[in-house]
Design a protein around this ligand. Structure first.
Ligand code: ADP
Length: 500
């Protein structure tokens, strides 16, 4: 087993891994940029290394800097968390070139799954059902028209190198194909430096259901049930839960075995997630494989009792999985709400600034994975996620009740947040009934104001940056005064601070 692991990440996921290290009796080394000098992950780690200026392109994403400090620290392993370098095959190779173990899958598997076309081909070979569509990149617009006619409209044009919902275009009819192909290609080129595109059938009201897998380097590969992540906004997950209200024992076994086949086809080890789209008739189709620990992994931990982060480190160090497929038992129900510093009332614009008042909920069945504290800053430089709020109950009903209690208890002042938005979703009769689809938010949520245009969004970001500069000049005493007053106010029913 390792004696020290370096964590090439920040925020809640860095802390999640620090805790896993501590549970295993391993020393943890953090990295930080100038913006994160006072960050919680830096305080909690056993040691911390400076890696540069706030923009991640100058710190958290610079492979050489990470490898340098890892060597300096004497860490035998590097855990990448999610995001940043987690799915970067070059980074995984740089780790092994430096004689350090990358806590994740082999670089070849990252590469194969990072290319959606290569992944689709491998799935066909492994007999895993894929969304109907093309097996080769689409070069010409006429080709796209023929394919669309064959599989039927609507179609989805996707970037082979895609990720984060970028480079996707829904095309409803023939007249839109040309602009769709051009648009997707140029977006793919600028986002990924790769303009290859392909076509999939656009499934009507699908559910997003994914399977967690974990494999060791001794040939053992196990699935840990599913997570339903259908509650999405702009193709990004907002609420996740496990088990899925749609999935029964038969479907779970089928999907689990397909996911294990997918992992084996990629020569996979360590933790990974095989994402599927499912229709209401329980047919499912491979979407992509995420070759890392996911944001939503804790819902699986709660219903299986398996600690995914420690298991990842154990198998990376060469140990065998501590359980077999038959040992995996699903018990109860878990839900995760992603708590963001963003304003649902103004088009979900990120809201950066100081967390003037901050109190996390707790009590029976509640877990909060966060990377912040009262007085900490939600920086313009990184993802504005404040925390992951999780509830666990003996069944779905209890998990929802407990989540609503926790959302009610959560106190955040200083930045806008999406707590009220989560409450609205959890109280919706269709959510309670488990009637989910990836269109749930579009169909059921009516924002109070019109969504903002791109120009307005750019203007708001400029203002946020300017405010950020001013805020840095605020003296500590004036800050303290504000903490007390807004804090008290936040508990008064109907207070405007309740919303801020
Ligand atoms: P990315 O890698 O950019 O996140 P994915 O392929 O994982 O893209 O898809 C993200 C989301 O987009 C899915 O969860 C689903 O909501 C939607 N989506 C993707 N492909 C399809 C499809 N063929 N039909 C309908 N919705 C889709």
């Amino acid at each position: 087993m390792f004696k020290k692991v370096l964590i090439a990440n920040r925020g809640e996921i860095a802390i999640r891994v620090i805790r896993a290290c501590r549970d295993l009796g391993i020393r943890s080394a953090a990295v930080f940029s100038d913006a994160d000098r006072g960050a919680l992950h830096v305080r909690l780690a056993d040691e911390a290394y400076y890696i540069g200026p706030p923009p991640s392109t100058e710190s958290y994403l610079v492979i050489d800097k990470i490898i340098d400090v890892a060597k300096k620290s004497g860490a035998e392993g590097i855990h990448p968390g999610y995001g940043f370098l987690a799915e970067n095959a070059k980074f995984a190779r740089a780790c092994s070139d430096a004689g350090i173990v990358f806590v994740g899958p082999p670089p070849d598997a990252i590469e194969m799954m990072g290319d959606k076309m290569a992944a689709r081909k491998a799935m066909i070979a492994a007999d895993v059902p894929i969304v109907p569509g093309t097996e080769e990149p689409v070069e010409r617009e006429e080709q796209a028209i023929n394919i669309a006619k064959e599989i039927g409209f609507p179609i989805l044009i996707k970037a082979a190198a895609g990720g984060g919902g970028k480079g996707m275009r829904i095309v409803a009819e023939e007249s839109e194909i040309k602009s769709g192909v051009r648009g997707a290609r140029s977006e793919a080129k600028s986002a990924f430096g790769d303009d290859r595109i392909y076509i999939e059938k656009y499934l009507a009201r699908p559910r997003h259901i994914e399977i967690q897998v974990i494999a060791d380097t001794h040939g053992n590969c196990v699935y840990l049930g599913e997570r339903e992540c259908s509650i999405q906004r702009r193709h990004q997950k907002v609420i996740e839960e496990a088990p899925s209200p749609l999935v029964d024992e038969v479907m779970r076994k089928k999907m689990g075995e397909a996911a294990v086949a997918a992992a084996r086809a990629a020569g996979y080890f360590n933790a990974g997630t095989v994402e599927f789209l499912a229709d209401q008739d329980k047919n499912f189709y491979f979407l992509e494989m995420n070759t890392r620990l996911q944001v939503e992994h804790p819902v699986t931990e709660l219903i299986t009792g398996i600690d995914l982060a420690t298991e990842q480190i154990r198998v990376a160090s060469g140990e065998r999985l501590s359980f077999e497929q038959d040992d995996v038992r699903i018990r109860g129900h878990a839900i995760e709400c992603r708590i963001y510093a963003e304003d649902p009332l103004s088009g979900f614009l990120p809201s950066t600034g100081l967390l003037r008042g901050y109190q996390e909920p707790s009590g029976p069945g509640i877990r909060v994975d966060s990377g912040v504290y009262e007085g900490a800053e939600i920086s313009v430089f990184y993802d504005p996620m404040i925390s992951k709020l999780l509830s666990y109950g003996k069944d779905r009903k209890q998990a929802i009740t407990r989540m609503l209690r926790a959302l009610e208890e959560y106190r955040i002042t200083g930045v806008a947040n999406n707590i009220e938005f989560h409450k609205d979703i959890l109280k919706h009769p269709e959510f309670i009934a488990g009637n989910l689809s990836t269109h749930f938010i579009d169909e059921h949520y009516r924002p109070a104001e019109e969504p903002v245009s791109e120009i307005e969004e750019a203007a708001a970001v400029t203002v946020a940056l300017a405010e950020h500069e001013v805020r840095n000049k605020v003296t500590l005493s004036s800050l303290k005064k504000n903490v007390t007053s807004s804090w008290k106010m936040s508990w008064r029913p109907g207070s405007e601070f309740n919303k801020k």
